[in-house]
Design a protein around this ligand. Structure first.
Ligand code: FMN
Length: 184
């Protein structure tokens, strides 16, 4: 198979999430792709440009939320990534709810919400990477199948290149596909 050389840029795929942060006592939401899991201990990271309005809020409160928008929320999700809380009030775009553990707004309209408590941070290349211990997780009841979270019902988005994509279909099962090779 012939390979072509591309520019040294991060193309993705990345998850599409909305981070929720209180800034000056008001909710603000920011679209991010730089979000992931750090370890099997329940730690997630988000990486935020130091100059973002939201970054101020994470530092103020020591909490952020990671909200998973479903594909039908693509317009509002993108909007949160093209306007800044510095000059546009994003607090009324969604219905905010809170958990007593920490001061970060979660988005009712998103099928999944994860509240994180900042346990560490690193400044790098004009960004701040916040490591957050999961303090609470919520999912819409309608996204459960037989009591278990059903990813196809959540229907999250990936970003890659210049577009957002939805989840598509199941192509294999974790820890089972590889075993099939050994069993051959
Ligand atoms: C698809 C997409 C992905 C983005 N990913 C990130 C990211 O991972 N980290 C980041 O700091 N900004 C990211 N941004 C940019 C911020 O969302 C954007 O600058 C936003 O307006 C900042 O809002 P705030 O100033 O209210 O915090 C992304 C924007 C889009 C549209």
């Amino acid at each position: 198979m012939k390979k072509v050389k591309l520019s040294n840029r991060p193309f993705g795929p990345f998850p599409t999430v909305l981070a929720g942060v209180d800034v000056g006592g008001k909710p603000n939401y920011v679209t991010i792709g730089a979000c992931g899991v750090v370890s099997l201990d329940a730690i997630l990271y988000i990486s935020l440009k130091s100059t973002h309005f939201s970054t101020r809020g994470v530092k103020e409160n020591g909490y952020f939320s990671v909200n998973i928008p479903s594909a039908d929320m693509v317009k509002l999700t993108d909007y949160c990534g093209v306007v800044s809380g510095t000059d546009t009030d994003k607090s009324k775009l969604f219905t905010a709810f809170y958990h007593e553990a920490g001061k970060a707004p979660m988005i009712k309209e998103c099928p999944m919400n994860i509240l994180c408590k900042v346990v560490n941070s690193i400044e790098m290349f004009g960004f701040e990477m916040f490591f957050g211990e999961i303090a609470a997780v919520y999912a819409d009841e309608k996204c459960l199948t037989e009591g278990k979270l059903d990813p196809l019902k959540v229907n999250p988005m990936l970003m890659m290149g210049a577009s957002y994509y939805d989840l598509g279909e199941v192509v294999g099962d974790l820890f089972k596909e590889g075993v099939k090779i050994n069993n051959k």
